[in-house]
Design a protein around this ligand. Structure first.
Ligand SMILES: NC(=O)c1ccc[n+]([C@@H]2O[C@H](COP(=O)([O-])OP(=O)(O)OC[C@H]3O[C@@H](n4cnc5c(N)ncnc54)[C@H](O)[C@@H]3O)[C@@H](O)[C@H]2O)c1
Length: 337
């Protein structure tokens, strides 16, 4: 078996994506996993579910990353040898209204975490970044060397964290990182054990699932006059379990390779209207949809160039199927009801 690392620290492991990665670590490796989460958007029930999978190979510490010295103590006392860092604030409009929350939680806390890793000799660091670092790219598919020009504080807070990692990787020779830039993450565990739980989520597939189960009486399409076939925006939706697998691959990758940046997406997209049609089909509910105006900062098409992750990390998606993505999101939403 690969050396995934003996003791892995996962920040934000009670959240949506982190919990799917922890699930896979517990199911597919023999690593011991320690989660740090402040439960601001993550849920204790998610931790309880993960405990049923991992038993005593999973430890949960309810704390905040801003408690730097406590976090460093946790790294030392658990002999952590790899960190997977999800914890962040992730709502774009909130980042515009309250940028300091984003720079403090995303950039300052990440910088302190990296500092503790370098001090404690943790030399594998996997970072959750985002397509938001690209802003409104001129060309699609978006390749990893596209200029990073974020258009909101959320994207900027992530870009700054990337830069801290990149400079640290250059300066501290034993310290290696993988930056994963996620495109649109969607879907849920195929056994409906975990999923996206935060009620104010703004992601299209989550909103469509909420509308299909009647938690919303209608949903909106923000703009149908974009230069795409049906006039609505096109995005690259990646199933959360395929994304989770990329994190396990990244741990293996860093065993024998240098630091790297990878896009995570399928390399093709679906329009908002196509997604809504598929959600209507899998749910059997013809829910109400209203056309509304464009939102600021929504590029017409955003699709990941994914040749790099496929060739260098040997990552192969298993759930590249919009029906499966919508179905798992819907089943999870029903369970949450
Ligand atoms: N969901 C997406 O589509 C998407 C896309 C691109 C990038 N990302 C990135 O993926 C990561 C995870 O996103 P998610 O969708 O799972 O979000 P989430 O809100 O479900 O998970 C974040 C977790 O971090 C915890 N957390 C936040 N701040 C913390 C702090 N200071 N200390 C301790 N715990 C803290 C929250 O309680 C939560 O459990 C984020 O870094 C985000 O920027 C997500």
């Amino acid at each position: 078996m690969h050396n995934f690392a003996n003791n892995i620290l996962v920040t934000g492991g009670a959240g949506y994506i982190g919990s799917h990665v922890v699930k896979q670590l517990l199911e597919n490796t023999d690593s011991v996993v320690t989660i740090i989460d402040n439960l601001s958007t993550g849920r204790m029930t998610t931790i309880e579910t993960l405990k049923t999978i991992g038993g005593n190979r999973l430890a949960f510490l309810h704390t905040d990353l801003k408690n730097f010295s406590e976090v460093e103590g946790i790294i030392k006392s658990n002999s952590i040898d790899a960190v997977i860092h999800f914890a962040a604030s992730i709502v774009v409009p909130e980042s515009v209204a309250n940028p300091l929350k984003y720079y403090m939680n995303n950039t300052v806390n990440t910088t302190n975490l990296i500092n503790s890793c370098v001090k404690c000799g943790v030399n594998r660091f996997i970072f959750s970044s985002t397509a938001a670092v690209y802003g409104e790219p001129a060309k699609v598919p978006v390749l990893e060397d596209t200029a990073r020009l974020p258009i909101n504080p959320y994207g900027m807070s992530k870009l700054m964290s990337e830069n801290v990692l990149i400079d640290s990787g250059k300066a501290y020779k034993d310290f290696k990182y993988v930056i994963l830039r996620y495109f649109n993450v969607a879907g849920a565990d195929g056994k409906t054990r975990i999923g996206q739980s935060f009620p104010e989520a703004t992601h299209l597939i989550k909103v469509a699932a909420e509308t299909a189960v009647g938690k919303r009486n209608k949903m909106y399409i923000f703009g149908d006059d974009y230069p795409t076939a049906d006039g609505t925006c096109i995005r690259d939706y990646i199933h959360v379990d395929d994304l989770a697998d990329a994190h396990l691959k990244a741990l293996i990758y860093l065993e024998n390779n240098e630091s790297e940046v990878f896009n995570c997406g399928y390399g093709h997209g679906y329009s908002v209207k196509e997604v809504i049609e598929v959600m209507k089909k899998v749910s059997g509910v013809n829910f109400n949809v209203e056309i509304s105006g464009r939102r600021a900062g929504d590029p017409a098409t955003l699709v990941a160039g994914n040749e790099k992750i496929k060739s260098m990390m040997k990552w192969q998606p298993k759930y590249n199927d919009l029906e499966y993505i919508c179905k798992t999101a819907l089943e999870w939403e029903k369970k949450l009801s």
